[in-house]
Design a protein around this ligand. Structure first.
Ligand SMILES: C[S@@+](CC[C@H](N)C(=O)[O-])C[C@H]1O[C@@H](n2cnc3c(N)ncnc32)[C@H](O)[C@@H]1O
Length: 222
């Protein structure tokens, strides 16, 4: 089937024996990939808008996987049902992801794996998940249409991270490949521009940004 590299990478990180819930499924292509190409038995795919779900239904029919994918219109984790042990959320802002998880924390009791790909505020997502009792198991970057996407895999179990590790990513900072270097370089440019734009009265933000620039310079080896 046709699927972009970003969604395929997310799909390849889903445990094969899991019962996944894809929140914000839109077209449902990730769910279709999971059942058609990865052999996952069943997937719950939800979205809080009817337009995307209509497209999802068309795609599910087109790929003849109606018996394996349940489509639900629901807000965030309201779509949870018994047996779900894995959650994927991608293509949303980090703060929206945090709100979805915070609003229904009780459902996380049975969730062993979360694969989250926020469009922004990834440090806020990492911080939230560590507070919710998860640790960072993997961090993967994918470049598509000149944008680098971060995919974060969380597993149940607490771990302590220093601010530096949380900011750089405990797994990512051990990687030496060109895409990781490019990601850090982009982040460094963003932080340098931010530092120039910050008014002097934002003394705390200036202090944190300077610290982040130092961490990035160290990891890129400037
Ligand atoms: C940009 S699309 C991303 C689709 C797909 N997950 C991907 O990564 O390509 C975001 C989708 O999330 C849905 N969405 C946004 N907030 C949501 C929420 N709180 N609960 C459920 N769905 C939500 C939107 O309706 C939209 O279809």
């Amino acid at each position: 089937m046709k699927i972009n590299n970003r969604l395929k990478t997310i799909g390849d990180l889903v445990p094969l024996s899991s019962y996944p819930l894809d929140i914000g499924c839109d077209h449902a292509l990730l769910s279709i990939y999971l059942v058609k190409e990865k052999g996952i038995q069943k997937v719950l795919a939800s979205d809080n808008k009817s337009g995307p779900l209509k497209k999802a239904k068309e795609n599910v029919n087109f790929y003849k996987v109606k018996d394996k994918i349940k489509l639900v219109e629901a807000e965030g984790l309201d779509s949870y049902e018994e047996g779900i042990d894995t959650i994927t959320i991608s293509g949303m802002g980090g703060l929206n992801i945090n709100k979805i998880l915070d609003d229904n924390k009780r459902y996380l009791k049975n969730i062993n794996t979360l694969i989250l790909s926020p469009n922004n505020y990834s440090i806020a997502v990492k911080r939230k998940l560590t507070k919710l009792g998860y640790h960072i198991d993997n961090e993967v970057l994918v470049k598509e249409n000149n944008i680098i996407y971060e995919i974060l895999v969380f597993k149940k179990g607490r771990k302590y991270y220093s601010y530096k590790k949380l900011f750089l990513g405990p797994v990512l900072m051990t990687k030496q490949d060109n895409l990781t270097k490019e990601h850090y370089q982009n982040l460094l440019e963003t932080k340098r521009s931010l530092l120039k734009a910050l008014p002097l009265s934002f003394s705390n933000k200036i202090r944190v940004t300077k610290k982040e620039i130092k961490y990035l310079e160290e990891v890129i080896n400037i």
